[in-house]
Ligand binder design. Structure first.
Ligand SMILES: [Fe+2]
Length: 359
């Protein structure tokens, strides 16, 4: 039933009379599925192809070199994330079958860097990677702009001032992630091992410009199994009280945009953060690359339903308010990347100071 997920055409945002059509598509897509397909997004396909080719080459380098790109000092928020590093919060300890590389493509807020040094860390890069750095930054920036267009369109679709969401992201800790989902062996196929366990993204909006499958010989191939890939859990209905699982298969050339927890909170649940899972093919030894860009609120923004969506119900569902930076920090603790004591340091400097003074 994936054909029921609406497509939004970015050209409609600029076309006379197109805005209403885009608003209807966004409200239906983000309201019911938490996901929309985006047409005419303008992302350069050739650059994306070159980026993926290099990323595959990088993932195949020697283990020692790859380990040198890992940044446990910044909680893996930059550089290489080895397999089995992070866990979905509700996954019961099942780690994802993937390796990743994190880069922040935009300029970072200096004040936030003082408060959240790991989340606002400088980029680090592999050596001898050709155009990869330039391609990575260009793709991250271009996909971010698509996200800004969508956020402005979302605000209009919800009858809010156009810049309500986009302004709140300025200087935020946006990151782009290259992913490679790993090959399963014979014994792992058909088990409960998945490429990405079911979760909701903790940021504002996620953009996915489309990944690639590779056959056991490492060559690009079509989707090896029609059932493999992204499934999302649609909003619960009387008929499907736990939400129907819907296979996300974007039309050719479309990008996917997903609602994250921050956008659900700001809209008091009008838009739904999509629970989603990435299932591997039923044949062993296939892999997949993907690119994901995560747009965040600026870390000093308050996470609470917009006034327009405030009610007893939404206050109970989303209160009390918390800062986006604090929220992000707790999530990194929950998914096993940041140490638990990172939360104890949030603004509570007086205990240590007094203890020092008395010692
Ligand atoms: Fe996700």
């Amino acid at each position: 039933m994936e054909e029921t997920i609406p497509v939004v055409d970015l050209d409609d945002l600029r076309r006379e009379g197109g805005a209403d059509r885009a608003a209807d598509a966004l409200n239906e897509a983000f309201g019911q599925y938490g996901l929309v397909y985006v047409r005419n997004h303008g992302i350069e396909v050739e650059r994306l192809e070159r980026f993926y080719d290099r990323w595959v080459e990088l993932t195949e380098r020697a283990a020692d070199e790859k380990r040198s790109w890992a940044r446990p000092d910044v909680w893996y928020q930059r550089g290489w994330t080895p397999p089995n590093t992070e866990q979905a919060v509700v996954a019961g300890g099942q780690p994802d079958f993937k390796e990743c590389y994190f880069v922040a493509p935009l300029e970072l807020d200096e004040r936030c860097r003082l408060m959240f040094p790991e989340i606002y860390a400088e980029n680090s890069w592999p050596e001898n990677a050709g155009d990869w750095r330039e391609d990575y930054l260009a793709l991250g920036t271009a996909v971010h702009e698509v996200g800004m267009d969508l956020l402005r369109a979302c605000a209009k679709a919800l009858d809010l001032p156009e810049t309500t969401f986009s302004e709140a992201t300025k200087g935020g800790p946006h990151v782009t992630r290259a992913l490679r989902y790993l090959a399963l062996d014979e014994s792992q196929v058909g088990t409960d091992i998945v490429w990405g366990e079911e979760h909701t993204d903790f940021n504002l909006l996620t953009l996915l410009p489309g990944g690639r499958f590779y056959d056991p010989a490492g060559k690009r191939c079509e989707r090896p199994d029609p059932e493999a890939g992204l499934y999302l859990r649609a909003r619960a209905t009387d008929e499907h009280p736990k939400g129907r699982m819907v296979h996300g298969r974007p039309p050719a050339g479309c990008l996917v945009a997903q609602v994250g927890q921050q956008l659900e909170i700001l809209t008091g649940g009008r838009y739904q953060a999509t629970p989603h899972v990435i299932t591997p093919p039923k044949q062993p030894a296939y892999t997949r690359t993907a690119l994901a860009h995560f747009i965040h609120l600026h870390s000093e923004r308050r996470l609470f339903p917009h006034e327009k969506f405030l009610s007893e119900e939404t206050i109970l569902a989303y209160g009390p308010p918390v800062l986006a930076g604090t929220y992000g920090l707790k999530t990194l603790v929950d998914i096993g990347l940041a140490p638990k004591d990172a939360l104890n340091k949030l603004g509570y400097h007086h205990y240590d100071r007094l203890a020092d003074a008395r010692s």
